[in-house]
Design a protein around this ligand. Sequence first.
Ligand code: NDP
Length: 292
Amino acid sequence: MAEARLIDGKRIAETVRADVAAGVARFAARAGRPPGLAVVLVGEDPASQVYVRSKGKQTVEAGMRSIEHKLPATTSQRELLDLVAALNRDDAIDGILVQLPLPPGLDAGAVIEAIDPAKDVDGFHPVNAGRLAIGAPSLVPCTPLGSVMLAKSVSASLAGMEAVVLGRSTIVGKPVAQLLLAEDCTVTIAHSKTRHLADVVRRADLVVAAVGRPEMVRGDWIKPGAVVIDVGINRVAGAEPGKTKLVGDVAFDEASRIAGAITPVPGGVGPMTIACLLRNTLTAAEQRAERR
Ligand code: NDP
């Protein structure tokens, strides 16, 4: 069988960012100000620091205003909620993102619920999760949105496809399943209690893997010609001693010999996440301006 087509997330994310930048310029000309994205980072988690830096850089490159609030790990729940309330009130802020995970002792659920749903560019607020579930317009979580955009880059219509989503987290698996349902797929959500997992995956025309288990999905789980979207980001030992590398939840070399199209890790879903965050910030800015 021929090698699968590689779905180039980096290139597609560039296209999304270019579209956003054009939309930002139009918004700024109308509104007299650029969209503003506030990112709140509590504590010193190294991975979170890298993400926040990258988000800030790409926000500015898209022509938007980036506001970063870096708070110490000793920040209290009250102080964090007060900051969120101030950002909710600030009319020049269109998007609020509180970087997760929060340090121990802080209640992420309560913080997310405190964000104005109209500014919830991560799409994690229960109002946005609920709107997605009932098929109403909403701010959609970035990684799921990016994953479905990559699937649609292979086939503009996903209607009628048998889709299997591996993972049922509120951040990835569940919203991916809702989006695929909205695309008229027949959706199965598999998880750690699913029986005969390989057989379930073998039915799928479209597989979205979001389990956080390095290379768990083997090549012989894949239906020939299927589209495979690998959300997993797992750091494992590299070939040289002391070196590490990133792998997905799918055994890429095996799967790419069977699949019709597949995302690499890195360079697949990863770059789409921030691109979709920028897109959500522009959407939030436009919707808030319309409501005025
Ligand atoms: P969670 O740990 O929250 O959820 C993992 C899900 O996988 C759970 O539903 C769990 O089932 C299921 N699962 C775990 N082990 C198995 C197994 N052996 N068989 C079947 N199902 C299993 O992870 P997230 O959803 O937050 O993230 C998933 C992956 O996506 C991670 O690798 C993460 O790093 C990556 N990710 C990538 C992003 C990106 O930008 N590309 C952004 C966010 C996440 P159960 O519910 O039964 O426990």
